[in-house]
Design a protein around this ligand. Structure first.
Ligand code: NMX
Ligand code: MLT
Length: 475
C-alpha cells in the first residue's frame, strides 16, 4: 500500500535520494508503511527488537573503531566537532542542514500528509516519522491526532503552579514551571517505584512522552493568554489537528496562521542531538529521570539567548532597528547598525551556528512561506535586506565560522505578521515544537537501553601536564 501523497511525489523523492549516495543508510528508513496499523505504539513494538539487535551488532562488531581525535581545542571549545552522542531521529549536515530520518525539509513538505492539498506538513506526521522512520498515511496521522487530543487534559494544579508566579515572569519560566508540574502524573516514575523491569522502560516512557507532547500546547497557550489576554483561556478544540488547535488556543484562527503553526512546529521539532536543548534532555534522561524532568531541563537550555531565546532577540533587535532608523532603512544604514551592535559587544541574533555552514534550510522554507503569503510585509522586507547586509559584515569580522542566517532570523516576522507580536513569548513556541524531537529520542533511548551519560572532565593543570608530556615524547 502506498502511503506517499502521490506517486509522482514518491518518484521525485526517489530520484533525489538516488542522487545522494551518502544518504543510503538513512534512506533505508524511508519506506512505505508495510502495515495499515493505526496504532503507533504497536508499530514501535515491532521495530524495537530489530533496532536493539542492530545496536548490539554495531557494538560487538565495531565497538573499538575510532571516530576521530579529541583535541585540546575541542575540550575547551564546547566540544565542537566532537562526535559523542547517538541520536536516531535526525541528522544535521553542515552544508545541507537537517534531515528528519533521512528526509530534508522540502521532502517532508512533499511526502508528509497535510491538512490541505499542497499545504504544510501536519506535525503529527512528522512525529510518526521521527518515531518509526516511516512516512505515515493520512489515516495514521489522523489517528495519532485524535490520540493526542484525548491525552491533552491538564490538571488544575498545573495552572495553579503557573499562577503562583508573577504574570511578569518570563514566559519560558512560566512554561517550564508548568511542565515541571505536569511531572506529577509521570507514568515512568510510578512504574520505576513499582519495580518495572528495564526491558519495559520504554513503555511508560512512551506514555509520558505522548502525554507530554499532547499537553504542552495547552500549558503554553495558558501562559500566553495569562500574560497577554487577561487570563481569558480558550479551550482546546478536539476536532482540530495539533498545530491548528495550538494556534486556536492561543487565539489565532486565521487559516494561514494555522498553516504557519504546522510548518513552525515541524521545522523546529528536532535538530540532531548535540544542540543545547536536545542534549540536555538526553543527558537528564540518561539518569532515568522521567520525560517531564528531562524535557523541563531541556527547556531551561532552550531559554538561553545563544539557543532558543534568539528568536525573541531577533524580533526585538529588528524592532529596535525600525525604531531608530524607520522601516525604509537603506542598506548602508543597516550595515552601520549591524556594526554598532557588534562594536557594543553583542552578537547579531539569528546569524551563525555551531554546526551549519550555509543558510539554514529552516530559514529558507520560512522565507518561501513569506514570499508566498506576505511578500509586502515591511518587516519581511527588512529581514530580506538583512540577508544581504549581515553575512558580509560577519565575514569581515574575521572570526565567525558561519555568517549565514539560522532558523531564528526569520520566525518572528512571520508570527508578528499574523498578530502574535509578543516577542518574549516566541521561545515557548520553539519549546512546544521541540517536545516532538526530544521525546521521540527519549523513547528510543529507553528502548535501546542507552547508557548513563558521564563524559570525563579534566583541569587546566591536567591539560598542561598532558600536553607537555606529549610534546616531550614526540621530540
Ligand atoms: N554575531 C556576532 N558574533 C558572532 C556571531 C554573531 N551572530 N556568531 C558567532 N560569533 C562570534 C562568536 O561569539 C565567537 O566570538 P569569540 O571568539 O569572541 O567568543 C566567534 O564568532 C566564533 O564563533 P563560532 O565558532 O562562529 O560560533 P559558535 O559555534 O561558538 O556559536 C552561535 C554559535 C549560534 C552561538 C553563534 O553563532 C551566535 O551567538 N549567534 C547569534 C545567536 C543565535 O542566533 N543563536 C541561535 C542559534 C540557533 N538556535 O536556535 O539555537
Ligand atoms: C537548534 O535548532 O537546536 C539550533 O539550530 C541549535 C543547534 O543545532 O545547535
Amino acid at each position: 500500500m502506498v502511503f506517499f501523497r502521490s506517486v509522482s511525489a514518491l518518484a521525485r523523492l526517489r530520484s533525489r535520494v538516488g542522487q545522494q549516495s551518502s544518504l543510503s543508510n538513512s534512506v533505508r528508513w524511508i519506506q512505505m508503511q508495510s502495515s495499515t496499523d493505526m496504532d503507533l505504539k504497536s508499530q514501535l513494538q515491532e521495530l524495537i527488537p530489530e533496532q536493539q539487535d542492530r545496536l548490539k551488532k554495531l557494538k560487538s562488531e565495531h565497538g573499538k573503531v575510532q571516530l576521530g581525535n579529541i583535541t585540546v581545542d575541542m575540550v575547551i571549545g564546547g566540544m565542537r566537532g566532537m562526535t559523542g552522542l547517538l541520536w536516531e531521529t535526525s541528522l544535521l549536515d553542515p552544508e545541507e542542514g537537517i534531515r528528519f530520518r533521512g528526509l530534508s525539509i522540502p521532502e517532508c513538505q512533499k511526502v508528509l500528509p497535510a491538512a490541505q492539498s499542497g499545504g504544510e506538513p501536519l506535525p503529527e506526521g512528522l512525529l510518526w516519522l521521527l518515531l518509526t522512520g516511516k512516512v505515515p498515511s493520512k489515516e495514521q496521522v489522523e489517528a495519532l491526532s485524535q490520540d493526542l487530543a484525548n491525552r491533552a487534559a491538564v490538571p488544575d494544579y498545573v495552572y495553579n503552579a503557573i499562577d503562583a508566579l508573577p504574570s511578569t515572569a518570563h514566559p519560558m519560566t512560566q512554561f517550564a514551571s508548568g511542565v515541571m508540574a505536569l511531572q506529577v502524573q509521570s507514568e515512568f516514575q510510578k512504574a520505576y517505584e513499582n519495580g518495572i523491569h528495564k526491558s519495559k522502560f520504554w513503555e511508560p516512557t512512551y506514555e509520558d512522552c505522548l502525554n507530554l507532547i499532547a499537553r504542552v500546547p495547552v500549558v503554553a497557550a495558558y501562559v500566553y493568554r495569562r500574560m497577554y489576554k487577561n487570563g481569558d483561556s480558550i479551550p482546546s478544540d478536539k476536532s482540530l489537528d495539533y498545530g491548528a488547535n495550538f494556534s486556536h488556543m492561543l487565539g489565532f484562527d486565521d487559516d494561514k496562521m494555522k498553516e504557519l503553526m504546522r510548518l513552525y512546529i515541524t521545522i523546529h521539532s528536532d535538530h540532531e542531538g548535540g544542540n543545547v536543548s536536545a542534549h540536555t534532555g538526553h543527558l537528564v534522561g540518561s539518569a532515568l529521570s522521567d520525560p517531564y524532568l528531562s524535557f523541563a531541563a531541556a527547556l531551561n537550555g532552550l531559554a538561553g539567548p545563544l539557543h532558543g531565546l534568539a528568536n525573541q532577540e531577533v524580533l526585538l533587535w529588528i524592532k529596535s532597528v525600525v525604531e531608530e532608523c524607520g522601516e525604509n532603512i537603506s542598506k548602508d544604514q543597516l550595515k552601520e547598525y549591524v556594526w554598532k551592535t557588534l562594536n557594543s559587544g553583542k552578537v547579531v541574533p539569528g546569524y551563525g551556528h555551531g554546526v551549519l555552514r550555509k543558510t539554514d534550510p529552516r530559514y529558507v522554507c520560512q522565507r518561501e512561506f513569506a514570499l508566498k503569503h506576505l511578500p509586502d510585509d515591511p518587516l519581511f522586507q527588512l529581514v530580506s535586506k538583512l540577508y544581504e547586509v549581515v553575512p558580509p559584515v560577519l565575514t569581515e569580522l574575521g572570526k565567525v565560522k558561519n555568517p549565514w542566517p539560522n532558523v531564528d532570523a526569520h520566525s518572528g516576522v512571520l508570527l508578528n505578521h499574523y498578530g502574535l507580536t509578543e516577542a518574549r513569548y516566541y521561545t515557548v513556541l520553539f519549546g512546544v515544537s521541540r517536545s516532538l524531537g526530544i521525546c521521540s529520542q527519549l523513547i528510543w533511548d529507553r528502548a535501546l537501553g542507552l547508557a548513563l551519560e558521564r563524559p570525563k572532565s579534566v583541569t587546566m593543570d591536567w591539560l598542561d601536564a598532558f600536553c607537555k608530556k606529549a610534546k616531550a615524547s614526540s621530540a
